[in-house]
Structure formats: C-alpha cells, structure tokens
Write a protein that binds this ligand. Structure first.
Ligand SMILES: Nc1nc2c(ncn2[C@@H]2O[C@H](COP(=O)(O)OP(=O)(O)OP(=O)(O)O)[C@@H](O)[C@H]2O)c(=O)[nH]1
Ligand SMILES: [Mg+2]
Length: 586
C-alpha cells in the first residue's frame, strides 16, 4: 500500500490541534508534539568520489539547476537543501556569522574554484526551496567528493554522516571503482546505518554493458560490505532532461523514479512510521487519562457524599507514596547523568586528545619538511595555519560523532525514566480506578522515546565550527630563529590549541546535557503532578455539585457525556491513524 506520508501526518496534526483547542488536558505537550511532527526530517547525505555526479543527482531529484556542477572537482562545501516557501540561500561561516546571498553567486562559496581552499571560511550553505520532494521533510545534503587532490574536501564529507538517516553512495559507469573509493566506503559503513548504492551516468552504456558494470560493482561491494548488495543504475543527466522537457519516457529511462520509490518506502518505514505510531500512542494515553477524569467527575455526581469523602481521603493517602517516588527519581537520574559525563564523555575526550595529538604532530612534522625552505616568519605562519586547519577538521569530525553518541546515550537514559514515570502515573490511576469503580486503560508509550532523532537532547543546528585562537607567537618572533625552534614552538602551540578546543567542546557538551536533564526532569514530574491534580479536581467538581439541584446535576452530566463522546471519536481516529501507519511496508 502506498501511503502519502503528508496525508497521515496532516490527519495526526488535526487531531493534535483538536485536542489542544477543545479539551483542557493539564501538561499537554502540544508544542513539543507539534514541533516533533513538523520537524521530522530525513537527512539524506549524498557521498562518493569526486565527479560521480552527486551534485547533478540532487539537481535531478529536485528538478532544478540550482547547484553548480562541472567536469573538474568542484563542490568544496556542504550544501543542505530543505523545504522553504521561497528560494533562499544562506551561507554560514566558521565564526558563526551567516549571510543570505543571491542564488547566482552560490558557486563563489561552495566550489573549489570560487572559494579555493575555503579561504572564505565557510562552514556550510543552507538552501530552502519550495519543492514537493522536500516538503515531506526530506533534507538533501550535498558533500564534496572524496579522493580528489583536495584533502580538506574529504574530511568535510565525513562530518555529515553520523546524523544522516541514509547515505546515497554514488558510483559511476565511466570509471571503475578505485581504491580511494573503497577506503571511503569502509568508513561510511562505520558512520552510517543505511547505505544505498547508485550507479550513475548509465546513459553512457547500452543495456548489455550496463549490466556488466552493475555485476562488477556488486561483486566488489559485496566483499566490502559482507552482505547482499542492491545497485540502482541511474542517469542524473537523463532525469534532469526528462524533468525539464516533461518527458515521462526520458524520466523513466533515467531510473530515478524507480529508485525514488525504494528510497521513499525506506524513509516511511524507518522513520515516519515510528514517529506517527509513537505520537498517536502518546495522544491516546493522554486521552485515556482525560477520559478517566471525566468519568470520575460524572461518577462523583452520583456517589453519596459520605462515601465520596472517604474515597477522597484514601486517594490522598495513596498520593503521598508518589512523593517518595519523586525523590528516588531525582537521585537516580542525577547518578545516571554523572555517569554519562564521566564514563562516556570524559573517557572519549581523553582518548581523542591522545590520538589527535599523535596524528597532528606527525602531520606537523611532514608539513615542516615541505615548508622548511621558507623564511622563518613565513614558515611559522604556514605551520600555524596548517595546524589550525588540521585541528579544525579533526574536531569537526569528532564532535559530530560524539554528539550523536551522547544523544543516543541520553535518549536511552530518558527511555528508562519515562517508563518509571508512567508506572507511577498508572499506579495512581489504577488505584483510583478500583476505588471509584471506573475502568482505566493504560497505554504504553515507549516507542516515542526510541525514535532515532533525539527529543530531549536538543541539538543546536551547530552554527560556528571550531574556532581556533591564532598564535600570537608569530609577532614576537626573534629575527634569526632556528627552524627547529619554530617547529618546537608550533608543537607547543598545537597542544595549547587542542586543549583549549577540547575544553570548550567538553563544556558545551556538558552544559547541553545538564540543560536537557533539567527539561526532562521537569516534564516527567509535571506528568505525575498533572495526574494527581486531574484526579483531585474531578472529585472536587463532583463534590461541589452535590448540593446543587437535580436539574443542574442533570445538565452537568449531559455536558460531560458530550465531551466523552467527542473524546471517543478522537480516540477512534487516532487508532485508525496508527493502524494505517503500522501497515506501512516496503
Ligand atoms: N553522461 C552523464 N554525465 C553526468 C551525469 N551526471 C553527472 N554527469 C556529469 O558529470 C560531471 C560531474 O558532475 P557533478 O554533479 O559536478 O559531480 P560531483 O560528484 O558533484 O563532483 P564533485 O562535487 O567534484 O565531487 C559533470 O560534467 C556532469 O555533467 C549522467 O547521468 N550522465
Ligand atoms: Mg558536487
């Protein structure tokens, strides 16, 4: 069954809005759920050797000619394409600044020719575009080709792998796979959970030769990946032509629609499904609770006053138990977070520092051999530059990976504590359910917390890459200084630069984890509070009504029943949405 993701997403959003506007549910996480649904994005990162047609593929997928392509190694900066109501191109620089530019000037920032060795110090470029393809939350990430003479381009490509949902690995028929390509693939394998292989430029070959090329690539890839491989032959060129001339035939021949379908199926099944089901479950849980409270209110209208008071006293006794639970919650959560910072973050930083210093020193010595003919002052500044560049790249890659790792670890802590919180809430509700003889249906919502993109651990979009203090030594350099002293001083500088960077990165990680913890804790305790309050208020309302006239009581009871019917309708709709989502299969 082909399900339009946008369709069930919109149905879910409608439910969410209706609950928010018609039912006053305490601690209803409307904003969070809304944002979660709207921001659900699929990051597709396009990687491969230089000149395989990565940029062309993105143009083809979008049916536009927006990104610059060429016959020489070109893309040097990562470009992210995402949905927006109008075309807009924003450049982010490593120092944190951003700037909107005209689309025509794109190549002055993202290409090796327009921005050689990234002298403009660009971190990334974000393009928003009103394309149907991007509307469902797909984000396409164009990366510089690896393996060209521009090493810095290769490093950049690595940074975007850990957070991607899938990598599109591009090969092309005009060149057999190279060693650099295979080495790169081995790394991609470590960083990326899902890889699709595309064999581009299929238009160069006839059917027989194309098959031969596919078979050859499959053979090589199977060995590296140690699993069965599927390769999708495509022609970005034909796809662009097909879209431009609105020719179905060309488009079909390009192989792109067939691949898109597979890709969309994967995205739906892997991410959209989990998201929809878990949000629906969360809403169902909240509605169940609201329903319980309404029924309790209804019941309280008819229970004899004495009995009602007795039951209320019993409930108040019970709710004291949750105070102890709350204390335990705090102690345990603090402990887990401390362990995360100490056993994971500190440990990783120590390890990274060691490897980085070793590698960077080796790099420095090599650079020194190349550069030592330069006059002292130039030598010093060239070495500093080389160190800065090296450390920046290494940090970028490490930080992306560490970020992902911490997010997952934090997520898994949250997951355990959500289960705990829900148990406390359910115990209270079940107790009241027995006490007042009203049915209560508990719904588990763990799925929500296992979605890949983290919820509580909030990522900044990470503007501003690694800032490095420039060495002030250059200025203070004595006139006739020996080369070896320069090397030594640069090595000292390297250590200071690394430690400074590491200190910053460590603080940044820790601060974000602590902030995330506070948010999480608050929200969990809020859930328990809201349950207790909801139950108390329902009983209080009943109590307050008891001395009213029979007519008034009758009126209230009709109103509540109407509310309950509305709730039931919403619940049915949510169950249906869930069923549709669960049926999504590739
Ligand atoms: N015949 C043919 N040529 C293609 C196709 N796709 C791309 N090309 C050409 O291949 C060359 C490289 O395309 P790009 O899209 O710039 O490749 P890239 O992988 O982004 O290159 P880098 O950014 O340098 O890594 C260009 O001259 C394209 O016109 C295709 O399907 N068929
Ligand atoms: Mg490119």
């Amino acid at each position: 069954m082909v399900v339009a993701y946008s369709e069930i997403r919109d149905r879910l959003l409608k439910c969410l809005d209706e609950i928010n506007s018609s039912y006053s549910i305490r601690a209803f996480p409307y904003e969070e759920l809304h944002e979660k649904i709207l921001n659900n994005s699929f990051n597709l990162v396009v990687v491969g050797q230089f000149k395989r047609g990565k940029t062309s593929l993105i143009n083809a997928l979008l049916g536009i000619d927006i990104l610059p392509v060429a016959v020489v190694p070109l893309t040097s900066i990562v470009t992210i394409l995402k949905y927006g109501q109008e075309l807009r191109v924003t450049v982010s620089f490593n120092n944190g600044d951003t700037m909107d530019i005209e689309p025509q000037s794109l190549s002055e920032y993202v290409t090796e020719k327009g921005n050689p060795k990234n002298i403009k110090d660009v971190q990334e470029v974000v393009i928003t575009y009103p394309s149907q393809y991007l509307k469902d939350g797909v984000r396409l990430i164009d990366t510089p080709g690896v393996g060209s003479i521009y090493q810095h381009n290769t490093d950049v490509a690595y940074q975007y792998l850990p957070k991607s949902d899938a990598a599109l690995f591009l090969l092309s028929v005009d060149q057999p796979m190279s060693k650099a390509e295979l080495d790169f693939l081995k790394d991609v394998k470590d960083y990326s959970t899902k890889i699709f292989f595309l064999l581009n430029k299929a238009d160069y070959l006839d059917a027989k030769d194309l098959q031969e090329s596919i078979d050859f690539s499959i053979g090589v890839l199977k060995e590296v990946m140690s699993r069965d491989i599927e390769i999708y032959p495509i022609s970005a060129r034909l796809a662009i032509e097909g879209k431009r001339s609105a020719s179905e035939e060309l488009l079909k021949k390009s192989g792109l629609p067939a691949f898109s379908e597979v890709l969309n199926g994967f995205l739906l099944e892997d991410k959209a499904k989990i998201l929809i089901v878990s949000v629906a479950n969360n809403l169902l849980r909240l509605l169940s609770q609201a329903q319980f409270q309404l029924e309790l209110e209804l019941k309280s209208l008819s229970i004899p006053l004495d009995e009602l008071k007795k039951k209320t006293a019993l409930f108040e006794e019970k709710q004291k138990e949750s105070l102890i639970e709350k204390q335990d919650f705090d102690i345990l959560l603090d402990g887990e977070i401390k362990r995360l910072l100490r056993d994971v973050l500190d440990e990783d930083m120590t390890q990274f520092r060691k490897t980085l210093l070793e590698n960077a020193q080796r790099h420095l010595e090599e650079a020194f051999v190349h550069l030592k003919k330069l006059p002292s002052k130039e030598l010093k500044s060239a070495l500093d530059q080389s160190v800065i560049e090296y450390v920046r790249q290494a940090f970028g890659v490490w930080r992306a990976k560490e970020d992902d790792k911490l997010a997952k670890a934090f997520e898994s802590i949250c997951k355990r504590f959500v289960v705990r919180t829900e148990e406390v809430v359910d115990t209270l509700l079940r107790f009241s359910s027995d006490l007042f003889e009203i049915p209560y249906e508990a719904i588990r919502t763990e799925a929500f917390w296992s979605t890949k993109s983290s919820f509580y651990y909030k990522f900044k979009e990470q503007p501003g890459g690694i800032e490095i203090v420039t060495s002030s030594l250059t200025l203070a350099l004595p006139k006739f200084i020996g080369d070896q002293i320069i090397l030594k001083k640069t090595k000292d500088y390297l250590i200071r630069a690394v430690d400074l960077q590491l200190g910053r990165a460590g603080n940044d990680f820790e601060e974000r984890i602590q902030k995330s913890k506070i948010n999480f804790r608050w929200e969990m305790l809020q859930r328990i509070e809201a349950t207790i309050e909801g139950i108390s208020i329902a009983v209080q309302k009943g109590l307050a009504q008891q001395d009213k006239s029979t007519e008034d009581i009758q009126k209230t009871s009709v109103e509540i029943t109407k509310y309950l019917q509305g709730l039931n309708k919403l619940k049915n709709e949510l169950v249906e949405i869930k069923t549709v989502a669960e049926a999504i299969r590739l």
